[in-house]
Design a protein around this ligand. Sequence first.
Ligand SMILES: *Cc1c(COP(=O)(O)O)cnc(C)c1O
Length: 374
Amino acid sequence: MNVRFNIPFKHEDALKNIAHSIAIGKTSGNHEFSKACHHYFNQQLQTKSLLTTSCTDALEMIAILANIKPGDEVIMPSYTFVSTANPFLLRGATLRFVDSNDDHPNMDEQLITPLINERTKAIVVVHYGGVACAMDAIMAIADKHDLLVIEDAAQCLGASYREKPLGSIGHAGAFSFHESKNISCGEGGLLAVNHKPWQERAEVLWEKGTNRAAFWRGEIDKYGWVDVGSSFLMSDILAGYLLSQLDHLTEIQTNRLRTWQYYYDQLQNLSKKYNLALPNIPLGSAHNGHIFYVIAEDERQRNDLMQHLKQAGIESYFHYQSLHNSQYFKGKHDGRALPNAERYTDCLLRLPLHYYLTQTQQDYVIEQICTFYA
Ligand SMILES: *Cc1c(COP(=O)(O)O)cnc(C)c1O
């Protein structure tokens, strides 16, 4: 049996929407499909929402909104994707990496305060697998030291912390609609601006530094260059694709959560017997079934398990190479040991999880993991 790690959700409405965009000749950004998506996200997140070409770009917009300058320090986890870091580096920031929790890949909030000094500007949180960081504690630290809180919510659509949608808690959040996420449009993202004083400027940065969006709304009689910016808009062709997925979001999330829970329940016994750690969902976090992972005892066991699954036709993947240890950053890191991040790099393995995974396939994956340990 072959079991794919991920198969993106597809629906025939995607083609219908794309054809419509082309037929009416409205294929650039901010036309009817973009507006429908914005409407949905504005309601859902209660923020100013703007579709972008990627989550990476949304984070680049946030780095500009936050006015990050050379000399500023930005605190973020090491166990994350490069896109959490690059937007801040591009603006000249110094990065201070934080270790992960003992029992979860998310950053350990207790390690943040010792890193804060007069140059510290922002804390960037990453909610791994749509599981919330300890946002109450993090917001309190940020408040106390007058810092910005930025959420890399790439994996978080539909997930929440104490009833609040992830990505809408800090000053701004960034979501991804890359092929690998719960819903996708190929490449795409969303900027969610919670901090009111940034909302108007976000729209200007988005439209190449012009006030064109205000012009289209009829608020001004001509538009021009008013600030820096870039071309961060998503094409309406892709927004139509995205809308066809948004229309089925509830069904997709229910399906993924069911699959996630089934792994969790079925692997309990094995987990206790062989010291194979399963995901830990902290109190207050409602996740979205984005990732199911196991944590092996060491790197060798993880790699052997991955190899065993591969031979059985099952795709499974490890995840991030800790950024503080990367080829690019190694020489720039301040030298602190980040043992938990390294443990997740070495020992974490992600199992197949997608809308099209059948019960039979899932039983087979579980059976093969059991066979490996037995
Ligand atoms: C997927 C992902 C990104 C990048 O998203 P893009 O839309 O590909 O730019 C950034 N951060 C995290 C945590 C991700 O999982």
